[in-house]
Ligand binder design. Structure first.
Ligand code: JJW
Length: 449
């Protein structure tokens, strides 16, 4: 069956995304202080193969070359994050001018290339000095984040018009403080829940700080990792497990942001582990945002399992389905289901896909990377976006994760998500077949055929 064109509305934003610790390297240059990810990655046993972000893609030095590659892909926008410890090496005190200067050069070079910067303020690299004071479990960190946001908004507000306060607070809270898979490696439900509240509160504080400096038309949002949840079986226990997992992953963040309350069923489930919330916190968290950033990779299929952690939920991997190199199911229908559900249940003013993509075990052969699976993954997820747009979902942009192969957190450099291959021994970049295909998408404003 020949498929129809999927040409997006005029003005649709085509981009790619990265994050500071995953690509920059230059971990001790120009006054940068250590972050919790420096500490974590240098702790034996925490990251696959002992990999660290010390050098990564050396983007700190190679950003002009990387911007030239963005132009080759025809990107209209580039989402990157600012390393807090470059701006505040100890998390407080005076800002580091050399840190600010790097991001000003980066933004100026992007603008000169006609590429709109989308800036994430927190992509998991908390200054280690703040972790030493309790990190995100300490309410003071919320104010430190507000000061950091204020400083960056003053420094870059004239040239940055799209701000994302946090990336995936669920991952920062729960992988960082419940499972211990991410920095700082804590393992305690109550801590994870308190951290999640402080992350949301700091989103509110940063939003207020940016708005105080912003011009008309500037936009502030937050990016969540979201996943539609389905029960594995048709029992009540599985249906309840699915609702609970949806509460844990999705509603725990969406309800406070869009309704001003934590979900009752989850507060009851967490009981004594529920976070301390002060009067006024939820009203601030519920302040309007200009867009919701959605990171989508896979759906979640779950069953009830009394022995499985504090949620009593176990993940199921449906048989006979395609999986990526991360072990994540390829399920584009989940992106359509997610977007239409968000529009129906929460009605954000606008949405952007701030990450979507897939890891596969790419290889350079005769100077080329033939990554047909990634191209097909991206193609099918773009069609899911298109269907949602056709049904009235106010989706305004799509950012592929990632521009470059990079440091994939606990997996180190073993997992490759890039549109562009990086040979870490030489820092040579090779645009993959999927990257060349994405250049056609950005040029055509969608997918033909
Ligand atoms: C693990 C799933 C069980 C990054 C995970 C959920 C198990 C209850 C990729 N996004 O490198 C990992 N990534 O820095 C940000 N997105 O647990 C950017 N989400 O749940 C990318 C989600 C993720 C995950 C990883």
């Amino acid at each position: 069956m020949p498929s129809a064109d999927a040409i997006f509305p005029a003005g649709f934003v085509w981009g790619a995304a990265t994050a500071a610790y995953q690509i920059e390297g230059a971990h001790d240059e120009d006054g940068r202080g250590p972050s919790i990810w420096d500490t974590f990655s240098h702790t034996p046993g925490k990251v696959a193969n002992g990999d660290t972000g010390d050098v990564a893609c050396d983007h700190y030095h190679r950003y002009p070359e990387d911007i030239a590659l963005m132009r080759e892909l025809g990107l209209g926008a580039y989402r990157f994050s600012i390393a807090w410890p470059r701006i505040f090496p100890t998390g407080m005190g005076r800002p580091n001018p050399a840190g600010i200067d790097f991001y000003r050069r980066l933004v100026d070079a992007l603008r000169a290339a006609g590429i709109e910067p989308y800036v994430t303020l927190y992509h998991w690299d908390l200054p280690q000095a703040l972790q030493d004071q309790g990190g995100w479990a300490n309410r003071d960190t919320v104010h430190r984040f507000g000061e950091y946001a204020h400083t960056v908004a003053v420094a870059l507000g004239a040239v940055v018009h799209n701000w994302i306060t946090h990336n995936e607070p669920w991952v920062a809270a729960f992988l960082g403080h419940l499972t211990g898979d991410h920095a700082p490696g804590a393992r305690d439900l109550r801590t994870a829940l308190q951290v999640s509240h402080h992350l949301l509160l700091s989103h509110a504080e940063a939003t207020e700080a940016i708005r105080a400096e912003a011009a008309v038309g500037d936009r502030v949002g937050i990016t969540l990792n979201l996943s539609p949840v389905e029960p594995a079986g048709d029992t009540n226990a599985d249906a309840e497990a699915a609702h609970r997992h949806d509460g844990y992953l999705n509603r725990w963040f969406l309800d406070p942001l869009f309704r001003g309350s934590y979900p009752d069923d989850m507060l009851r489930w967490y009981g004594d582990a529920a976070p301390t919330v002060q009067g006024g916190d939820l009203a601030r968290i519920n302040s309007p945002i200009d867009f919701l950033g959605v990171n989508y990779y896979f759906r979640s299929v779950v069953r009830h399992d009394a022995a499985s952690g504090p949620l009593q939920v176990a993940q199921v991997q449906p048989a006979g389905r395609p999986y990526t190199d991360m072990g994540w199911e390829v399920y584009p229908g989940g992106l359509y289901a997610l977007l239409t559900r968000l529009h129906r249940d929460y009605a954000p003013a606008a949405l952007s896909i701030t990450e979507n993509g897939a890891a596969f075990a790419d290889q350079v052969v005769d100077g080329a990377v033939v990554d047909a699976e990634r191209q097909s993954y991206l193609h099918d997820h773009l069609l899911a976006c298109y269907r949602a747009v056709e049904e009235g979902v106010p989706l305004q942009g799509y950012f592929a994760w990632s521009l470059l192969d990079n440091f994939e957190w606990a997996y180190g450099y073993a997992k490759r998500f890039g549109l562009i291959h990086v040979d870490y021994a030489t820092q040579r970049r090779t645009v993959k077949q999927s990257g060349r295909w994405y250049a056609e998408v950005t040029r055509e404003n969608g997918v033909r055929g």
